[in-house]
Design a protein. Structure first.
Lengths: 103, 233
């Protein structure tokens, strides 16, 4: 890989992040668009997490020994009970690796 | 500025650091992997670190390195970078109204640091506070940047002695942090339905190997959520 390629990649990722910060962009995001965009965070984070947790669901007994599924369900339940992100992350990761070595 | 006003600002800066910490910890193994993989596919240590310093996008970096390992062409690598990082357009659009009017250097810095993780914690904080916390965004972003680059460095130093990725299940750590970010913030039925729709679409599109499945499933959920939100008025 060349330095040029790294710079080009950097240019692409920066452009994607900066695109809508350009004042000159002839786009007016009114309240309706703002409301639509307020769903960005929950939807995109969910879309990234869901295939990891539920990607291998089989709807049979195999699900009972799937550490991704069990760990994911634990993370969801813990998130409802505890408001501390660090505790949820550490506890569910601990459970995941435990299940992974046991099952 | 009086001390009464300075205190909340300082606590917001501290909160930025501590809020992004769990998300940063979850990407440490990925940073290590990125550094190690870069060395394995033939990048120099400087190039490997530059990638994390300049590109600063885990998924795009790992994909580019895997493609390099498979001797893919430049167009393929840049194409994959564009597709994978296209979700940042949505983050950029979401923060547009808050970025307008900021000095250029703040806008550029904010854009440079705009990752999934920074976006997630800043959006949560913005909804909690009712206004956009610029310094919160910059500090959480910078914290994440520092940890990402240090873990890449660790991977470069470790070099080729890192075992393979699938056997470790590192992706679970990412999923767990995102769950912990999303679930407590589902506070209305439109958001709940939007999240469920996105989850179902994401699993389905992933199974069917639909191209650009991530962005597509997020958008379907967002449209459904928005329509329900409008109806509930």
């Amino acid at each position: 890989m060349s330095y040029d390629l790294i710079f080009l990649m950097a240019l692409i990722t920066f452009f994607m992040r900066y695109a809508f910060f350009m004042e000159k962009l002839p786009i007016k995001l009114d309240m309706r668009v703002q409301r639509f965009l307020s769903f960005t965070a929950p939807c995109i984070l969910t879309a990234m997490a869901a295939p990891i947790i539920f990607g291998e669901v089989t709807f049979n007994t195999h699900d009972l020994i799937n550490p991704f599924l069990l760990g994911g369900i634990l993370a969801i339940v813990l998130s409802l009970l505890v408001k501390n992100t660090l505790i949820v992350v550490l506890a569910s990761m601990g459970a995941f690796f435990l299940l992974k070595t046991m099952l | 500025m009086s001390t009464e006003q300075a205190q909340p600002v300082r606590s917001i800066k501290l909160a930025a650091f501590f809020d992004i910490l769990p998300l940063s910890i979850a990407v440490i193994p990925w940073g290590i992997l990125c550094g190690s993989l870069a060395i394995q596919v033939g990048l120099s240590p400087l190039q490997s670190q530059l990638m994390s310093l300049l590109v600063f996008a885990g998924a795009a970096q790992l994909s580019a390195l895997t493609l390099t390992g498979a001797s893919a062409g430049i167009a393929t690598i840049l194409g994959s970078t564009a597709v994978i990082s296209s979700r940042h357009l949505l983050y950029s659009a979401t923060f547009r109204s808050h970025a307008m009017g900021l000095p250029l250097h703040h806008k550029m810095l904010m854009a440079f640091l705009l990752t999934d993780e920074m976006f997630a914690v800043t959006e949560n904080k913005r909804k909690e506070l009712g206004y956009f916390p610029l310094y919160y965004a910059l500090i959480s972003g910078a914290t994440f940047y520092a940890i990402w680059n240090l873990s890449t460095l660790a991977g470069i130093v470790a070099g080729t002695s890192i075992p393979n990725l699938e056997s470790l299940g590192l992706e679970f750590a990412i999923a767990a942090t995102f769950i912990a970010m999303v679930v407590p913030n589902i506070q209305s039925s439109p958001v709940l339905v939007a999240v469920l729709v996105s989850a179902c679409c994401a699993v389905l599109f992933h199974k069917l190997e639909v191209p650009n499945d991530l962005l597509l499933s997020a958008l379907v959920g967002m449209v459904v959520g928005y329509c329900l939100d409008k109806e509930s008025d």
